[in-house]
Design a protein around this ligand. Sequence first.
Ligand code: ZN
Length: 183
Amino acid sequence: MKLPDIKILDEKNKLLHKKSSEITFPMDESEKKLLYDMLTYLEMSQIDEYTKKYNLRPGMGLAFVQVGVPKRAFVICSENDDKTFDKYIIINPQIVSMSEEMIYVGEGEGCLSVNREVDGIVPRHARITVNAFDENGKEFTIRVREDLAVAFQHEIDHLNGILFTDHIDPKCPFKDADKMREI
Ligand code: ZN
């Protein structure tokens, strides 16, 4: 595999704190290609051989805005137990329902735009249902749970200019842990 040439913005960049705009169809071919490149990048970042070779930080999600395109799209590449990957392209997402049950990632969330260790609890819904479009403008509904639900909510936050660090109170980073289930 060849590592796609993409530059990921750091949290200091103002773009990451702004709301992204809706995508109109048909999409530019160059923007579609960028989505595929982002997925390839994420897959390679989760394969030992490439993380060592290219010094990559593993990541399972990337929003368009993180590569400098402030439009409402993100990709997720999620590794299965059998080492295969599930890939998602999500455009103009709308959360249509969410569970009351809340969860958080015990080891903390990470972000390819946040190049520092940030401890603390980020409350997420355990299950969400999302309406979205694929890169060809076809509408679909997807229901996600557990770590995938966390990833979706993390990426949807990016489209609204929100980073996971914004959810953590630095004075009390582990508050309300007893009200949520750790995953
Ligand atoms: Zn992120």
